[in-house]
Design a protein around this ligand. Sequence first.
Ligand code: SF4
Length: 139
Amino acid sequence: MNKLNKRSYFFDNGICFECQQCGVCCTGNPGTIYVDKSELSSIAKFLKIHVADFKEKYLYPFKNSYSIREHPDGRCFFYKDMCKIYSIRPGQCSSYPFWFTNLRSEKKWKSVSKECRGIGQGHLHSKKKILKVVQTTFP
Ligand code: SF4
């Protein structure tokens, strides 16, 4: 972590971000929506269903845990006008857009910024905080 913090990045001065709940990252091209094993029970509890029913109805096996199913058009099963599990959404969702794949270059970040309305809004996320998110969440 210290080694990473010492390096220079295009976001050395931090990045302003606050999710606008526009849904762009919850819709569009199909993809995986990773749910860590540690997140299963809290989301099931929020939905007021048993973990077994949550898995069967909304998830499919992925890597060492599960991914949320999507509609044929790529929309997350839990997205309709807004995220239905926003307050308890998986780490993959809450860490967006601070993903390694998005931050690996300034060019890539600029293209993500054109889609995500939250970038440039809200409070400043420090380089240290961004690097912590990158290192502790999937993907
Ligand atoms: S694209 Fe950005 S602003 Fe829109 S829901 Fe996703 S994180 Fe929030």
